[in-house]
Design a protein around this ligand. Structure first.
Ligand SMILES: Nc1ncnc2c1ncn2[C@@H]1O[C@H](COP(=O)(O)OP(=O)(O)OP(=O)(O)O)[C@@H](O)[C@H]1O
Length: 333
């Protein structure tokens, strides 16, 4: 007897990370959204590495090789490379079951345009998906965080990824108020680079900025005793140099970006109908995504909005879990 194994998968196609959820197995893949391309043959770009191995190459490639992040601000910026990356991840996630074309549920930012949605759908189909369904990130994040969004009751989600922060109030399975802003993890890294260049006259790379953010980044009551030594290029003499950066400097560097998120949250709350706002005041706001792990961000938003804020468990994986949880529902034949 031949058993037809389900090959349905949910994909969190993120600016920073791609996660794949496979039915019955859970999360089977989690890799950076990076592709290394060999450009030595004109008109015939060759994919060298995808995911973690490609990420290791960022800022370290010779002239003919480029490490590309094909998504920017939560949407596709390089269509061909995104398609190749998706094909690689789908094959890797489906493994030996690859002979069955998978049905794929894939996430998009809540304010993605029709063109941006179509690009994601086409890329997934060309990468080998039999059917593609798009799910808005805040909905998937809320489901993945374990919120019951089916009832007539307000739930508020702030999903802070690499490229976008999606803020939404959800009730009866739909978004009542929403806002997507292009201020998230990548922007935090860029502001850290700018701050270090101005304050220390040292140029640091993207990966070093991310390391500072993750290890000592703090945006509320930062401890100046918490420090990290990093390496960069001295802008005055052009030579490599080491500098010691403290958490209070991180708070200063990140101030503007995090206040933009707090302000947007405030404005979504202002637009929320009073009954739902009162549910949210009682239940609190839930933060998901990798950016939600920035130390003190929950406290800062709590102080700004006067509503309790909680960081979801395994916040980076919430969108992928949510996508996985709705697979049965959206692909019911
Ligand atoms: N402990 C941490 N503290 C602060 N930031 C973190 C931490 N861990 C991860 N991040 C940041 O989270 C971001 C990635 O989050 P996530 O994987 O949720 O984004 P994404 O889904 O790829 O992006 P998007 O949803 O915008 O397309 C990166 O900017 C990363 O630096």
């Amino acid at each position: 007897m031949l058993f037809r194994m389900s090959a349905d998968i949910g994909i969190d196609l993120g600016t920073a990370t791609v996660l794949v959820f496979s039915k019955n197995k859970g999360i089977v893949l989690k890799e950076p959204s990076v592709v290394a391309i060999d450009k030595s043959e004109k008109g015939n770009d060759r994919v060298l590495k995808v995911g973690e191995e490609a990420r290791q190459m960022i800022g370290r490639t010779p002239g003919n090789i480029v490490a590309i992040r094909p998504l920017r601000d939560g949407v596709i910026s390089d269509y061909d490379i995104t398609e190749k990356m998706l094909k690689y991840f789908i094959n890797k996630a489906c493994g030996k079951r690859r002979w069955i074309a998978p049905k794929v549920a894939i996430c998009i930012p809540c304010e993605a345009t029709a063109v941006e949605r179509k690009a994601v759908e086409d890329a997934a189909k060309n990468a080998g998906a039999k059917r593609v369904e798009l799910i808005e990130e805040p909905i998937a994040a809320a489901i993945g965080a374990g919120l019951d969004i089916t009832k007539a009751s307000g739930n508020m989600i702030i999903d802070i990824g690499g490229g976008t922060t999606d803020i939404a109030v959800i009730s009866l399975g739909g978004m009542v108020v929403r806002q997507s802003i292009k201020v998230a993890g990548d922007e935090f890294d860029e502001t850290i680079i700018k701050y270090i260049r101005k304050k220390h006259k040292v140029m640091i790379g993207e990966r070093t900025a991310e390391e500072l953010k993750i290890k000592i980044g703090c945006v509320f009551n930062a401890d100046p005793e918490k420090t990290l030594e990093v390496r960069g290029r001295d802008l005055l003499n052009g030579l490599p140099t080491n500098i010691v950066v403290n958490a209070a400097e991180m708070q200063e560097a990140l101030k503007e970006a995090v206040y933009t998120i707090a302000e947007s949250t405030h404005s979504v709350l202002e637009k929320t109908p009073p009954e739902l706002a009162s549910d949210i005041a009682e239940k609190g706001i839930v933060m998901t995504g990798g950016g939600a792990l920035l130390e003190g961000l929950d406290k800062l938003i709590e102080q700004y909005t006067n509503v309790p804020v909680y960081v979801a468990e395994d916040s980076i994986s919430c969108v992928a879990y949510g996508t996985g949880k709705v697979l049965d529902y959206i692909f019911e034949d």
